[in-house]
Design a protein around this ligand. Structure first.
Ligand SMILES: Nc1ncnc2c1ncn2[C@@H]1O[C@H](COP(=O)(O)OP(=O)(O)OP(=O)(O)O)[C@@H](O)[C@H]1O
Ligand SMILES: [Mg+2]
Length: 253
């Protein structure tokens, strides 16, 4: 659908074979980093069963959305336009009990009926894996770019390779970001590779795709998530590493 509707917008699917590797953290900070660089950005939280974007950007209290014309108006946070299934649920503890066709219908609706306006990038936070929802999103939005998030050690797992193969098959330009990489000890200043080292780079090499860089394991990342304020908004070693990843991505696309 969206090609005609948003002729110039680039859609970036943030995905991974695995849960809990930091997809939502990367998606949210990617959106805010692009906005910090002056781009107009939309952020779509498409994780039907575990929408975390409202918490990560500090708008958990939003319930229901305004409609303009016949389109849904996203919530704007620091210039980033946000849509999450979380906005449509009565409470954050309400589970979604839809079967496949209903999930597809919902994703179809948010793919077609949101007024993103004139944006340069739409960043899409995917649920883990390459299941029904990710297939639906790919069919509906036709994203040009995939950012695969992996932890250094999970590269050894088949699921991550599955995600790369999926994105390649769907003709997306595929990039790798390694998350939860080296941890700088606040006491001695040395970097400790708790989850190993170099996995993201190794994955990129194996598939002939681009490695964008590594995000350190940093308690500020976790705290910023809890606070609902993306860490790229403030200066830090991790924020700098992340901005370099975004620079590299922009250069490549
Ligand atoms: N680089 C990091 N350093 C420290 N904590 C991190 C880092 N990246 C993510 N986290 C934390 O790890 C947890 C999981 O991150 P996140 O929710 O982004 O993962 P996810 O891949 O989206 O998970 P899910 O598969 O459930 O959607 C969060 O508490 C987050 O704050
Ligand atoms: Mg997530």
């Amino acid at each position: 659908m969206s090609k005609e509707v948003f002729p110039l917008m680039k859609k970036i699917l943030v995905m991974s074979g695995k849960g809990g590797v930091g997809k939502s953290t990367v998606a949210v900070n990617l959106a805010f980093a692009l906005a910090k660089k002056g781009y107009k950005v939309g952020l779509l939280d498409a994780d039907i069963h575990g929408p975390t974007v409202p918490k990560l950007v500090g708008i958990e209290e939003v319930k229901g959305l305004e409609v303009e014309g016949n389109k849904i108006k996203p919530i704007e946070v620091n210039g980033v336009k946000v849509i999450s299934i979380g906005f449509f649920l009565p409470s954050k503890d309400t589970p979604v009990v839809w079967r496949g066709p209903m999930k597809h219908k919902f994703l179809e609706q948010i793919s077609n009926d949101v007024n993103w306006g004139d944006i340069d990038f739409l960043v899409i936070d995917c649920p883990p894996g390459t299941g029904d929802e990710v297939i639906s999103l790919t069919q509906l939005l036709n994203p040009e770019i995939a950012v695969i998030v992996t932890t250094p050690q999970s590269v050894a797992l088949e699921d991550v390779r599955k995600a790369v193969n999926f994105a390649k098959k769907a003709n997306m330009k595929v990039f790798v970001v390694e998350n939860m990489s080296g941890f700088r000890c606040p006491h001695c200043g040395n970097v400790v590779y708790i989850f190993g080292k170099g996995g993201g780079e190794q994955l990129a090499k194996e598939f002939g795709i681009k490695f964008l860089g590594a995000v350190p394991l940093d308690e500020k990342v976790m705290e910023s998530g809890e606070k609902g304020s993306p860490f790229v908004k403030e200066e830090s070693e991790t924020s700098k590493a992340f901005m370099e990843i975004v620079d590299k991505l922009i250069k490549e696309i």
